[in-house]
Design a binder for this molecule. Structure first.
Ligand code: HEM
Length: 440
């Protein structure tokens, strides 16, 4: 790659500034499982707002073409414009592969066979399997009825048990039950040890290359997932999986490990969405109206509540760094990018760029109903292109049903002093761990 055909490289001080303000906070918070204390600190420092400002300064200095960081060894390219984001995401899995060195190191600790870090025909078949299980192309999953009635039952218990206060631990524990029920069936709802094992492995995953792994826990976890799947319990994803061919190369328990892992992001996003609704009366009223609508069609689709979840993910993306690795020398925006380059998309920058987005820091669920995601912007909470999250409709379906169940029964307000006001900019970083909701 030479002169005119390659992108600029940031200077040493700009590279260090990006590492300090963008890369370090993203990884310190915990990529595989959040570290609550670091997230609380990040909230106090509002590190995500700093990330956005740093990226804006980078763009002001270098223009909106991608920029290499000046790091010896591996080549790292940072994207600064939405059109390049789409070009990269559309180019998966070749030449812009989702299977990167960093992801292999991190996810390898608990799901080395997941589609995301597989290649070639393994990736193709595992991805196809995940799309089929999750009804990727359908807004309403074929098992919506039993799944949503499971969610409803859990919401009823949650409302009864939590009385008037709903903090993160209570919410998260209930979410964990919902996830095990939805994925593995009601008989797995109480299997907290399963999720504990996965959390241990995810904590190891946070250390990626710098941890040798926990093989005994890994084995026990996958064995337990296989036992639950063997029941193929009706009304859960295990039923769907039970009806499918499962050749060894599909590494089914690895795909399912990812379902349980990735659902955790749904808890973060749903709890934040509830906190925002608790402080935004106009939106809360619309949401409550949808939640109490008796129409069965509306209850499985819940477009407004789904949009609220997407908006929570725009404001506080749970996959802040979307990484791609070039499998060979490739072309981007008409220029050459060397093989094995790590291409980095920092979602908070694209989602909160107040130099280009009028709604950057305001809760605006209506943008999702108006199709803003197709407007050429890079609103990519679920990634995009052939690597788009196969649960991009499944997660909103489950989350909106939970929110509807709560809102139909209780009025929610926020206790404590989080800076969430409809007339003021929302914070760049919002830790869910200190959020306390009151139910009336
Ligand atoms: C709020 C919740 C979720 C968000 C924001 C989310 C987001 C994402 C993103 C950004 C990716 C692409 C990652 C990358 O390119 O490195 C991804 C991939 C994936 N997600 Fe999700 N996800 C969520 C929940 C789920 C759930 C609940 C499941 C399964 C039940 C799931 C299944 C998958 C799978 C299998 C992949 C890999 C796809 C591939 O190999 O191409 N996700 N998700």
């Amino acid at each position: 790659v030479t002169g005119a055909t390659s992108f600029q490289t940031a200077g040493v001080s700009d590279t260090l500034a990006v590492l300090r303000d963008v890369v370090l906070p993203t990884f310190a918070k915990g990529v595989m499982i959040r570290r609550p204390k670091v997230v609380e600190l990040a909230e106090r420092l509002d590190t995500d707002a700093r990330t956005v400002r740093r990226m804006q300064r980078l763009r002001a200095a270098y223009g909106d073409d991608p920029v290499y960081l000046k790091i010896p060894g591996r080549s790292h390219l940072v994207l600064l414009s939405a059109r390049h984001v789409h070009e990269i995401l559309e180019g998966a899995p070749e030449p812009f592969s989702p299977c990167t060195l960093e992801k292999r190191a991190a996810l390898g600790h608990f799901e080395p066979g997941v589609s995301l870090i597989s290649r070639g025909s393994d990736r193709r078949e595992r991805r196809r399997f995940n799309e089929a299980v999750l009804d990727f192309g359908c807004p309403v999953h074929r098992l919506a009825e039993p799944l949503l009635s499971a969610v409803e039952k859990e919401v009823v218990s949650l409302v009864e048990a939590s009385d008037v206060r709903l903090d993160w631990d209570t919410f998260h524990a209930r979410w964990g039950r919902i996830v095990r029920r939805v994925v593995l069936g009601a008989a797995a709802a109480g299997d907290e040890a399963l999720t504990d094992d996965l959390d241990t492995l995810r904590s190891v995953g946070n250390w990626a290359f710098f941890h040798s792994g926990k093989p005994a826990t890994l084995k026990r976890f996958h064995h337990r997932v296989a036992e639950h799947l063997a029941r193929a319990e009706p009304g859960s994803l295990a039923e769907t999986i039970g009806g499918m061919d499962q050749p060894d190369r599909l590494a089914v328990t690895h795909q399912v490990a990812h379902y349980i892992f990735a659902f955790d992001a749904g808890a973060l996003a749903t709890f934040r969405a509830l906190a925002v609704l608790a402080t935004h009366p106009v939106h809360a009223e619309k949401a409550a109206r949808e939640a109490t609508s008796g129409d069965v069609q509306t209850r499985t689709r819940l477009p407004y509540l789904r949009a609220c979840l997407l908006e929570s993910l725009r404001l506080w993306p749970t996959t802040p760094a979307i990484l791609r690795e070039t499998t060979r020398e490739a072309e981007l925006g008409g220029r050459k990018v060397a093989g094995k380059t790590n291409v980095m998309i920092f979602a908070p920058f694209f989602h909160r760029d107040d130099e280009t987005l009028p709604y950057a820091h305001r809760f605006s669920p209506e943008i999702w109903l108006a199709g803003e995601q197709d407007s050429g912007r890079a609103l990519v909470p679920f990634s995009g292109g052939p690597g788009l999250c196969p649960a991009h409709r499944f997660v909103p379906m489950i989350s909106s049903a939970l929110m509807a169940g709560l809102l139909a029964r209780r009025t929610i307000s926020l206790s404590g002093s989080k800076p969430l006001h409809p007339d003021r900019d929302l914070p760049g970083t919002l830790s869910p761990f200190g959020l306390r909701l009151s139910l009336a």
